[in-house]
Write a protein that binds this ligand. Structure first.
Ligand code: PLP
Length: 389
């Protein structure tokens, strides 16, 4: 991938070599069905449980509290279906933040039979409004199911999840809090004990692991309904032959990232900060979405007035600069970002924004080249007669 600057790491990452190698070894040498009773099955089971134990220790939970899924989407859907649905049937309420990933937003609306779920507002910088949450909880028939993500995929903004937990639990200790930590895990410290959450979603492919595997943490004694029925895999909660190689790849990548988390944070923060500074200095009428609030270190989201982000993404791609506007799963949609609109941006402004999500294998020189390409491309687009500015 020579001359390609990949800054779309919140969509997905290149797998790290260690995870690729570990997965190849499992596929070749430990290929058994982890549920088979013979020795080949037992070997595969041992690999799977080692991966579960390792990932559990990285987020501060017991291995028995961690269930593998096919990714973040499935874990988010399962949190809602496994617990939220029960609560709805008991006429309890579901509250989710307005900036959640679509795997929470769409599924929550689906569970509510198409009527909108109560959305917790965020402020102009994208941080969840705890007063709004408090007033929603006060009006509801407590307990409630609340889902607030740990870090936003489009803006990188970090939510005060432990304050959310305190707010919710002070209303009713029976209430349940879920957090989607897909974009936080591997970029900032994530520990379920410190957060105090009951449920948490993580995914492998955002931190150098394989696509198609994630996990749902379910605190002991939180009663969740099974997701898939069939065999007895995942302690009867999620049937289907386990993807042992992917679980091992997930563990290896997560361990590698967390062993060097400080270096990752320092390096990616320096890169994203210098890119932000270069763009603000090199262009007029540019703004940062989520300025001055805590963000994961690798992410910046910049609005370029008068520039349609789709056009900019394509023009930059032709130049070898890979970025995105909003979430990868929303691409092709003509609507502006729901995240930016929830932050008070207009429809037009929400279509002017680009997300730059760097990786730790980029260098300062790469960022200088990227900034130069972006400045040229924005200038060119703004000069086009059919692009009003
Ligand atoms: N939640 C967030 C915040 C995400 O960014 C993503 C992926 O973009 C997901 C959930 C879905 O994860 P997966 O791609 O593993 O299904």
């Amino acid at each position: 991938m020579e001359n390609i600057f990949y800054l779309d790491n919140n969509a997905t990452t290149r797998m790290c070599d260690e995870a690729i190698e570990a997965m190849a070894t499992v596929q070749r040498d430990w290929f058994g069905n982890a549920s088979s009773v013979h020795s080949i099955g037992a070997d595969a089971r041992a690999c799977l449980e080692e991966a579960r134990k390792g990932i559990a220790s990285l987020i501060g939970c017991k291995p028995s509290e961690l269930y593998f899924t096919s990714g973040g989407t499935e874990a988010n859907n399962w949190a809602l279906l496994g617990i939220g649905d029960n609560m709805l049937r008991g006429h309890w309420d579901i509250f989710i933040s307005a900036v959640e990933h679509k795997s929470i937003l769409r599924f929550a609306d689906y569970l509510c039979w198409g009527s909108a779920t109560a959305k917790v507002k965020v402020d102009g910088e994208g941080v969840v409004d705890l007063d709004n949450l408090r007033s929603l909880l006060a009006k509801s028939r407590a307990p409630a199911f609340v889902s607030v993500m740990m870090a936003n995929n489009e803006t990188g903004i970090i939510q005060p999840v432990s304050d959310v937990v305190k707010t919710v639990k002070s209303g009713s200790a029976k209430s349940i809090v879920h957090t989607d930590a897909v974009q936080a895990f591997g970029k900032i410290p994530v520990n379920v004990q410190e957060l105090g959450v009951d449920l948490m979603t993580i995914s492998a492919h955002k931190l150098g692991g394989p696509k198609g595997i994630g996990a749902l943490y379910v605190r002991d004694r939180v009663a969740i309904r099974p997701l898939l029925l069939g065999g007895h895999q995942e302690r009867d909660y999620r049937a289907g032959t386990e993807n042992v190689a992917a679980a091992v790849g997930f563990h290896v990548a997560a361990r590698k990232r967390l062993d060097a988390l400080e270096e990752y944070v320092t390096h990616t923060f320096a890169l994203s900060a210098s890119l932000q500074a270069a763009l603000l200095q090199g262009l007029d009428n540019v703004w940062v979405n989520g300025n001055g609030v805590k963000r994961i270190p690798n992410t910046i989201n910049i609005g370029f007035e008068g520039v349609e982000s789709d056009a900019l993404v394509l023009m930059l791609s032709e130049r070898g600069v890979i970025v995105s506007n909003g979430s990868a799963c929303e691409s092709g949609s003509l609507e502006g970002s729901h995240v930016l609109k929830a932050m008070g941006r207009t429809e037009a402004e929400s279509r002017n924004a680009i997300r730059f999500s760097v990786s730790d294998d980029l260098e300062t020189e790469d960022i200088k080249a990227v900034a130069a390409h972006v400045i040229e491309a924005v200038t060119q687009l703004r000069a086009m007669p059919d692009v009003p500015f």
